[in-house]
Design a protein around this ligand. Structure first.
Ligand SMILES: NC(=O)C1=CN([C@@H]2O[C@H](COP(=O)(O)OP(=O)(O)OC[C@H]3O[C@@H](n4cnc5c(N)ncnc54)[C@H](O)[C@@H]3O)[C@@H](O)[C@H]2O)C=CC1
Ligand SMILES: CCCCCC(=O)O
Length: 457
């Protein structure tokens, strides 16, 4: 049985099984990608590559509804959110089409040694290992900067989104990219390890769990290959006593329920100032529990299914364990009976540091609530985490918000907004959330040879 299957998580219907790629197909893909790297396509003028990105952006825009529907059917994202994901993918492609040449201009380094500059070159074939939660965005975050720079990519997508993986590859070719620029491979984790070990592969980008990140980074390290990791997060949503409470509740519900809570930068730990905690919890709980569960393709649905039965079962176990160890359920706490992988919107309070849930990420519609007495306690609690991805702070005093944002140990902090992403802004974290940055001028240089050239004075 193929390990790549499209199964609709709203009704458990098998849509399609996809044949895996065998050793010959993988070997051929690597040969073609490596040949492309050594060709004028990768090492020559940038503009032909940027024209492909511009065409890709236009293609994505023209087929947005088709692409959004494929994703919603395959991993359960609400159709409106899938449209949003498709839109940001064309934004990323267009951003690099319009900015990569400027970003990759040689950078002068005044030096006593003489005229010195850094120029940016592709390093070779990369492997991209990506998750199901943003089935197009995760791919575009790797494709766009590396196609602009000239690194060919072999992509291993998550096993539950093969249709998204397949249609993405076809779009890239239709946009004019040569064979080898972006190759989707339905392969096993062992085959990923073999690719990383191959001398023609120069780096690997992974987004996914700590488990996968640790395994892939170990393989990359063993073979001295550059890697970037975008892993899990346990992001805080800090609401201070002077916050706009209605807006904080409105965005807090979105930040927890979007994509059924399966977002690495979703608001997961709500840290509330004691002066507003009761009001926030009352409004937040009422709004969260009034979510309309249903088919993600139905515009009236506000909470779809989890991406798979495994994801649902993992969440059931995690919440049950939290309650067994003393957490209190304010609302929810159970899977929804019947077809599909649905889980009730849930709020947990009373989680103490000895509860396993205290340090765990809940990758689903489960909010943890904590109450603190002041800003220092909020920062201390926010930083008491193995993760360091994103977070948000809500206060009408921007200076106060900036102070907390600087003190919170993560890669990204938003003030008076839920976490978000945009092509021109770097994305990434610290601690067990991984390392490296994607998007912006930082992302395009992660897999560049930043070569120093000096003309002796
Ligand atoms: N940082 C982020 O944006 C995301 C983080 N996650 C984290 O991952 C957790 C589970 O999501 P999953 O998709 O199941 O993540 P996962 O880590 O199992 O899968 C992510 C990708 O890594 C691949 N993979 C897994 N183990 C591998 C190995 N040993 N060698 C090579 N490739 C391997 C998978 O096939 C998939 O393509 C979530 O709970 C969340 O914490 C998931 C999605 C996005
Ligand atoms: C729109 C926010 C993107 C979050 C990226 C992630 O969860 O992998």
């Amino acid at each position: 049985m193929s390990s790549y299957q499209s199964i609709n998580p709203a009704n458990n219907q098998l849509l399609k099984s996809w044949p895996s790629h065998d050793e010959a197909a993988v070997s051929h893909a690597l040969d073609v990608a490596d040949r492309l790297f050594h060709s004028s396509w990768s090492k020559g003028e940038i503009q032909p590559r940027l024209q492909v990105l511009k065409k890709l952006a236009d293609l994505i825009d023209s087929r947005a509804e088709e692409l959004a529907t494929i994703a919603s059917k395959e991993m359960g994202k609400l159709i409106g959110q899938s449209r949003g994901e498709v839109k940001i993918c064309s934004q990323i492609a267009r951003y690099y089409a319009e900015n990569a040449e400027r970003i990759l201009q040689p950078q002068s380094y005044p030096s006593e040694l003489g005229e010195a500059w850094v120029e940016y070159h592709p390093i070779g074939v990369l492997v991209a290992v990506e998750p199901w939660n943003f089935p197009y965005y995760q791919l575009m975050r790797v494709l766009a900067p590396n196609l602009a720079l000239g690194n060919p990519v072999l992509a291993k997508h998550a096993n539950i989104v093969p249709h998204c993986a397949d249609v993405f590859e076809k779009l890239v070719r239709e946009a004019g990219a040569p064979e080898g620029a972006w190759t989707n491979l339905f392969i096993s984790t062992d085959q990923v390890a073999d690719l990383i070990a191959d001398d023609r592969v120069q780096g690997v980008a992974l987004t996914g769990s700590e488990r996968a990140g640790s395994a892939v980074a170990e393989q990359a390290g063993k073979h001295l290959k550059k890697s970037t990791l975008e892993l899990g997060g346990n992001d805080v949503f800090v609401v201070l006593d002077d916050a706009d409470l209605d807006e904080a509740v409105r965005q807090g519900v979105q930040a927890r329920l979007s994509n059924c809570g399966q977002v690495c930068t979703a608001a997961k730990r709500f840290i509330l100032h004691e002066k507003i905690a009761d009001r926030f919890i009352s409004q937040f709980s009422a709004a969260l529990s009034s979510a309309t569960l249903g088919d993600p393709l139905d515009e009236k649905t506000t909470l779809g299914p989890l991406s798979s039965a495994d994801a649902r079962d993992r969440l059931v176990k995690q919440v049950d364990e939290a309650v067994t160890h003393g957490a209190k359920l304010v609302t929810g706490g159970k899977a929804v009976e019947g077809a599909g992988c649905f889980y009730q919107p849930t709020i947990l309070t009373g989680i103490t540091p000895d509860n396993p849930a205290y340090y765990q990420e809940f990758f689903g519609p489960v909010a943890q609530i904590y109450v603190v007495g002041d800003d220092n306690a909020a920062v201390a609690l926010a930083n008491d985490s193995h993760y360091g991805l994103g977070g948000s702070v809500w206060t009408r005093d921007t200076a106060r918000g900036r102070k907390l944002a600087s003190a919170i140990e993560t890669g990204m902090v938003f003030i008076n907004s839920q976490s978000d992403t945009s092509a021109e802004l770097p994305f990434g974290g610290v601690k067990r959330s991984g390392y490296g940055r994607e998007l912006s001028d930082l992302g395009i240089k992660e897999f560049a040879n930043q070569k120093l050239v000096v003309v002796a004075g």
